[in-house]
Design a protein around this ligand. Structure first.
Ligand code: ADP
Ligand code: MG
Length: 572
């Protein structure tokens, strides 16, 4: 998994090298500083040469300047590296999700994908930036500082390091506590977010039940839990920091006292003593850093694992290697002994044989749950047949590219999905390079013109989130306009008018009839009045296709369809 992780550094190799080597330089300068001080005190001070001191001070200034630039590079370019990797991964994830098949979305929660794309990737980016760099630098400074200290005075070096194991224990212990505290905090903020999302998207229900007070109180509770969780996290953090502070001072004090004693005995110079005190800080800093990494690493890697799980999931429906780009389909559809099930334990279609001629309008009727929508979603390969085959114009649909197949099939459903944006943008979704003329033409054919003309902003009217500002009939007409633009030879209308009142249905039906001209059209409908003009009616039940014929034929046959017919037209 680490190998896969590092493969994401590849496109940013240069950035990584610059950042990494700057960090190494900074560490070296930091390591060298106490030695310089020691030399200053022991060698330079006794000489009393003012000019020399000024020269040294100037050189030191140059070194500091250099070090400042390096600090800037490490801080800025390091984060840039992390963000770049995070952005690459996010794009890869989004692209991957776009290519997934319907079954993937049947089984994956939207919130799940959202949290991969935001939280997880943030943790991964942090790890990508800090992980290798901090780890290497920490080890290097720790070992470096100890080696230098050991060279100056082995006994004092051992005394300085004696407390380190205890410090490591302390830091690790605090880290586990802190980890739990953060984890708790994250799940509390997730609760708060979920509550906000729920109340805001459901605000119409909230207000119609006048439950605002109730919502506010529920929110207060979640918000309070979040506050508490975050407070605990900060408390643990404060304990950690002050403990580390105290440990550092204790070690410093110990080194100072023992060092003073060595100095009295004459085995340690003043300069060495000062540099030792400074090294104690250099020695302890990496321990702190490593402990932070111990927190970052499992978090980032867990996120990366979840990321890989998604990324390595192959799309179920893919183009065959020899799939062809078939253009200009006539729309002659044939089902050959088609079997299908969504999941293993329940078969939905068993041995469907069906022939639909090009240009024909065919209606599917039958009880809800019989499999009408399923039959239609097999044609654009939203799912693949489990057994048997489907062909269009004599070509197996699996031998066409997904893109060429789907771009020649249009689907209008009961619940229209519109995107946040303007009316124009939503119509143009049917053909992204559509001209102004084509868009207006489509709107006219969908009987939308008068409505658009009545709006102050016309085509530029914002339709709200998912078309919230439009009525059901207006949304449906927008969907039809979109379809006129797409202009596919095969059209599927899945209960497109079922949610509308009878008056609106009539207008929409008229637009749909115009849309169906010169196309192979599959209509799924509940109200039989809407399929009177169909060339053929197919009755689908849970056992498969029960009846197949013209409207009048089926009524006269006296089967299921004639019973449905009698019920509906008696009631009206
Ligand atoms: P109809 O359109 O005739 O009402 P459907 O084709 O929607 O029926 O559904 C046929 C059967 O398949 C039903 O039992 C339904 O529960 C099941 N089904 C539909 N969609 C899915 C899905 N995405 N995953 C699993 N089962 C499904
Ligand atoms: Mg259906």
């Amino acid at each position: 998994m680490l190998k896969k992780f590092f493969s994401y550094y590849k496109p940013h190799k240069r950035l990584f090298i610059i950042d990494f080597s700057s960090a190494v330089f900074v560490a070296i300068l930091e390591l060298a500083f106490p030695v310089a001080v020691q030399w200053f005190i022991d060698k330079l001070l006794p000489g009393g040469d003012w000019n020399k001191i000024v020269t040294i001070a100037f050189l030191l200034f140059l070194v500091y300047l250099f070090s400042t630039i390096l600090q800037y590079i490490v801080s800025y370019l390091g984060h840039k590296l992390g963000i770049n990797i995070e952005t690459d991964m996010r794009e890869q994830l989004f692209t991957h999700v776009q290519r997934q098949s319907f079954r993937f979305f049947d089984n994956t929660k939207t919130g799940h994908i959202m949290s991969r794309i935001s939280n997880d990737l943030f943790d991964i980016g942090e790890l990508a930036h800090h992980g290798p760099e901090d780890f290497f630098i920490a080890i290097m400074t720790f070992v470096g500082a100890f080696v230098i200290m050991f060279n100056i005075n082995p006994e004092l070096a051992v005394i300085a390091i004696i407390m380190i194991p205890f410090l490591i224990w302390l830091v690790t212990y605090c880290n586990i506590k802190m980890n739990n505290a953060w984890k708790n905090m994250y799940s509390r903020i997730a609760d708060v977010n979920a509550r906000v999302e729920d109340s805001v998207s459901g605000v119409r229900v909230v207000q119609s039940f006048t439950n605002e007070e109730f919502e506010i109180n529920r929110f207060k509770k979640d918000n309070g839990s979040f506050r508490l969780a975050k407070l605990i996290a900060y408390k643990v953090m404060a304990v950690t920091h002050s403990s580390i502070y105290m440990m550092t001072r204790l070690v410093t004090l110990l080194v100072l006292v023992v060092g003073a004693w060595f100095s009295f005995k004459g085995s340690l110079t003043y300069g060495e003593l000062v540099s030792f005190v400074l090294y104690v800080n250099v020695l302890i800093k990496p321990v702190d850093k490593i402990s932070a990494l111990l927190e970052l690493y499992p978090k980032g890697m867990a996120g990366f694992k979840r990321f890989l799980e998604l990324i390595e999931q192959e799309p179920e429906i893919k183009d065959r290697p020899n799939a062809e780009n078939i253009k200009g389909l006539m729309g002659d559809i044939q089902f050959n002994d088609v079997h299908f099930h969504y999941d293993d334990h329940k078969s939905v279609l068993e041995g469907i044989d069906l022939k639909i001629r090009a240009g024909e309008t065919i209606a599917f009727v039958g009880p809800s749950g019989a499999g009408k929508t399923t039959i239609c979603s097999l044609i654009p390969r939203f799912y693949d047949v489990t057994e048997g085959s489907i062909s269009i114009d004599g070509i197996d649909i699996r031998d066409m590219t997904k893109h060429s197949l789907r771009s020649q099939i249009g689907i209008v459903q009961q619940d229209v999905f519109l995107f946040t944006g303007t009316i124009r943008e939503n119509i143009a979704y049917g053909k992204r390079n559509a001209t102004e003329e084509e868009i207006r033409d489509a709107a006219r054919k969908a009987h939308l013109e008068d409505f658009i003309a009545s709006l102050p902003d016309g085509y530029e009217t914002q339709i709200g989130e998912r078309g919230l500002k439009l009525s059901g009939g207006q949304k449906q007409r927008l969907a039809i306009a979109r379809m006129f633009l797409k202009n596919p030879p095969i059209l599927i209308l899945d209960e497109a008018t079922s949610a509308l009142d009878t008056e609106t249905e009539k207008i929409i039906q008229q637009a749909l009839n115009e849309l169906a001209v010169n196309r192979t059209t599959l209509v799924i409908a509940h109200r039989l009045a809407t399929i009177r003009d169909a060339d053929r009616v197919v009755v689908v039940t849970e056992d498969g296709i029960a009846e197949d014929g013209t409207y009048t034929e089926l009524v006269n046959q006296g089967g299921l369809f004639s019973r449905l017919h009698n019920i509906q037209f008696q009631e009206v």
